[in-house]
Design a protein around this ligand. Structure first.
Ligand code: 5AD
Length: 367
C-alpha cells in the first residue's frame, strides 16, 4: 500500500504551539490562512480554556460585564430564496406563512420599549410584499416614535438604492451574514440564483452607505472545512464589521439538509473566542442557535467572549412559525418578556443586562 505523505500539522498542534498562536493572535489581531486552519483543526479542550480566558479579559476591558440586548421582531417568514439549510425556504410547503402588519410591528416596538429594549431588529425572509415604499414607511414611523432607539434591519440582499433609502429613513444597522466566504462551499448550501460574491458585495455597499454592519456564518454547516472557517476569519478581518453573528448549523426536518449533522457547541464557542481576539471591540451575540443546542449555550457563549443577546419580541402566536431550524427557542428565557430571568442567569456568571442602545465601540476610529 502506498502511504500518503502526512503533513506534520495534520498530526495536530502541541499545546505550546497552540498557545503561541493564540498569544500572537491577541497581539497582532491576525493570523495567516494556514495558521487559522491549524488552530481550528488542532484545538483541544485545554487550548479552548486558554482562549476563553483571553477572550473574557478583552471583552471586559472594552465592554465591562454588560450584556447588550436587542429585541428581535421576525415580521415575515415568506421568502423568495431557497437556501438548502433554512426552514423558511420557498420550497418548504409545510411552513405556515405569516406576515405582521405595520401596526403589529409598531406594537412590538412599543412593548419592547416598555421592557427596556433600545434596539429593534426587523428580521424577515426576502418577502417582496414589503416593497421599498412599505419598508420605508415602517422605518420612518419607528424612527419618529423611538428617537432614542437603534433600528436594525435584517432583510437580505437588496439594491444599494434600497439600502440607502432605508438608511435615510432612519435605519442605523444592518445584519446580513455572509454564511460562508468560499464560493464553492457557498454553492453547496444555496441554489444557483445566489452567490457568495453578491452577498459580499451587499455587505460592502451597506458599509459604504454608513450602516453599522453585522455579518457572520454558520458553524458546522454541511461540507464546511477548517479552511472554509479560516477564510471566514480572513473575510471578517477585511470587512471589519461592527457585529458578528455566528451559531451552529441545526438541521430542519423539511429541508434537503434534514439528515446532516448539526454543528457543535464546542466549535461554535471556539470560533467566538477567536473572533473576540481578532476583533476586540466587535459586538458578538450569543445566538438563539447556540441557546438551542445546549441549555446553557448562551452563558457559555458569554464566557467565550460574547456580549449581546437578541430575545424574541415577535407576537407570541407567530413565534413558532419562524422556524429556521428544528427546536428553535422562542419561549422561556428566549422571550423578551423574560428579561429578568435572563438577567439572573447572567448575574450568576458575573454579567448583567444593560438597558442601552449598545452601540459598537468599533467605529473605524483607529485605537
Ligand atoms: N441552522 C442554523 N442557522 C440557520 N440559519 C438559517 N437556517 C439555519 C439552520 N438550519 C441562520 C442563517 C441566517 C440566519 C438568519 O439564520 O445564518 O443568516
Amino acid at each position: 500500500m502506498m502511504r500518503h505523505h502526512v503533513h506534520p500539522k495534520d498530526r495536530g498542534l502541541s499545546e505550546a504551539e497552540g498557545k503561541a498562536l493564540i498569544d500572537r493572535l491577541e497581539e497582532t489581531r491576525s493570523l495567516s490562512r494556514g495558521e487559522w486552519t491549524d488552530l481550528i483543526r488542532g484545538r483541544t479542550p485545554a487550548l479552548a480554556e486558554y482562549l476563553f480566558g483571553r477572550a473574557r479579559k478583552i471583552r471586559v476591558r472594552h465592554y465591562g460585564t454588560e450584556v447588550y440586548i436587542r429585541g428581535l421582531i421576525e415580521f415575515t417568514n415568506y421568502c423568495r430564496n431557497d437556501c438548502y439549510y433554512c426552514g423558511i425556504r420557498k420550497s418548504n410547503k409545510n411552513a405556515v406563512r405569516y406576515r405582521l402588519t405595520r401596526d403589529q410591528i409598531l406594537s412590538c416596538c412599543e412593548k419592547g420599549y416598555r421592557l427596556g429594549f433600545r434596539t429593534f431588529v426587523l428580521q424577515g425572509g426576502e418577502d417582496r410584499w414589503f416593497t421599498e415604499d412599505r419598508m420605508t414607511g415602517i422605518i420612518s414611523e419607528i424612527r419618529r416614535r423611538f428617537p432614542d432607539c437603534a433600528i436594525t434591519l435584517s432583510i437580505g440582499e437588496l439594491s444599494r438604492g434600497s439600502y440607502r433609502r432605508f438608511f435615510e429613513a432612519g435605519a442605523d444597522r444592518y445584519l446580513l451574514r455572509h454564511e460562508t466566504y468560499d464560493g464553492v462551499h457557498y454553492a453547496r448550501l444555496h441554489p444557483e440564483t445566489l452567490s457568495a460574491s453578491h452577498r459580499q458585495k451587499c455587505l460592502w455597499d451597506l458599509k459604504e452607505i454608513g450602516y453599522q454592519v453585522g455579518t457572520g456564518f454558520m458553524v458546522g454547516s454541511p461540507y464546511q472545512t477548517a479552511e472554509n472557517l479560516a477564510d471566514d476569519m480572513l473575510f471578517l478581518k477585511e470587512l471589519n464589521p461592527q457585529m458578528v453573528g455566528i451559531g451552529p448549523f441545526i438541521p430542519h426536518h423539511d429541508t434537503p439538509f434534514a439528515h446532516m449533522p448539526a454543528g457543535t457547541l464546542e466549535l461554535t464557542l471556539f470560533m467566538l473566542g477567536l473572533i473576540r481576539l481578532m476583533l476586540p471591540k466587535v459586538l458578538l451575540p450569543a445566538t438563539t442557535a447556540l441557546g438551542t443546542i445546549a441549555e446553557d449555550g448562551r452563558e457559555r457563549g458569554i464566557l467565550a467572549g460574547a456580549n449581546v443577546v437578541m430575545p424574541n419580541l415577535s407576537p407570541t402566536e407567530v413565534r413558532e412559525n419562524y422556524l429556521l431550524y428544528d427546536n428553535k427557542l422562542c419561549t422561556g428565557d428566549e422571550a423578551a418578556e423574560s428579561l429578568k430571568s435572563l438577567d439572573q442567569r447572567f448575574r450568576a456568571i458575573g454579567y448583567h443586562i444593560a438597558i442601552s442602545r449598545g452601540d459598537s465601540l468599533n467605529q473605524e476610529i483607529p485605537d
